[in-house]
Design a protein. Sequence first.
Length: 329
Amino acid sequence: MVTPIRWGIVGLGRIAHKFADDLRLLPNARLHAVASTSLDRARTFANAYGAPHAYGSYADMLQCPDLDVVYIATPHVLHCENALLFLENGIPVVCEKPLAMNRKEVERMVHAARRNRVFLMEALWTRFIPAVDYALALAAQGEIGHIHTVKADFGFHLPFDPDSRIFNKALGAGSLLDIGIYPTLLALLLFGKPMPEDVQAVATYTASEVDESCVFTFQYPEKRLALGHSTIAANTPVEAWIHGTAGSIYLHPRWHHTQQVTVSHYEGNSERKFDAKFPYPGWGYQFEAAHVMECLEKQRLESDLLPLDFSLNLAETLDTIREKIGLLY
Ligand SMILES: NC(=O)c1ccc[n+]([C@@H]2O[C@H](COP(=O)([O-])OP(=O)(O)OC[C@H]3O[C@@H](n4cnc5c(N)ncnc54)[C@H](OP(=O)(O)O)[C@@H]3O)[C@@H](O)[C@H]2O)c1
């Protein structure tokens, strides 16, 4: 029998509930402990998901026996501090995106993970969604020729609320770090290193002085372009296109956790298309969790699919966009 992996969750907001839901889809996963700024909330959450341990502070969870890994689901500004708490105590960490507010903070986390020889991964669930993985594999094996353009958007309309995590600058708010990270991720996954030769970006701002909408382009060698759009002012299609010299791959809405892709091949002036469907139960967080558990079972210190150097590049790219749009935290 395989020994179950015992998870802890830090910060019990919206995403923590979804993640806990999806852990239940994995026979080898156990929710072992939860930590909140409120002991009442921790107890309620633990009861709802059957976790045996509940803590009223994040540091208290260090006392938890037999914790294999923690998932950090606090606002972006706390990721670095919260992750360091566990990494410095030898506990593996999966931390929500963005891994931290900027490359400097990500470097601190990566150094702590490497120095303590402990696993760390950014929770970029999109990388592990089966349909996205399929599209990336097709693109990598040349199915649509030389890829020259990647285009992705992510937008939803949210009424202004200065106290919410999405609008409150003190919590690291704004469209880019919250959802613009996904189009950026897709460009980096497809074009990867080297970093973009050129980054252009423009943004509009909320009354709370964070980016409401952000449009950015990356230019890479070999005639490659990526276009990204994030907004908290409109419900946009949330779709992605990968264009190559021999065809296109379309990731259906909502592309970052899509269950369907359409592949088109150019045939003269027409196109031949086929659909590929990858239905899954739950929210879609079980795939990243399963990958983390596999890494831990194999005693890896980082993911081969989302290595720490990737997160460093991602943070640097986001820093460059923020420089262009003048967004300082
Ligand atoms: N992968 C995805 O699909 C996805 C989706 C949404 C969000 N996220 C990421 O997950 C993180 C959390 O997002 P969320 O939407 O779950 O946020 P949320 O609902 O606001 O929850 C964040 C939790 O962090 C804790 N927290 C600690 N200090 C806080 C403070 N000063 N202000 C507010 N909350 C504080 C709170 O839990 P306790 O009081 O219980 O500790 C709070 O419930 C963000 O970094 C976001 O980018 C990822």
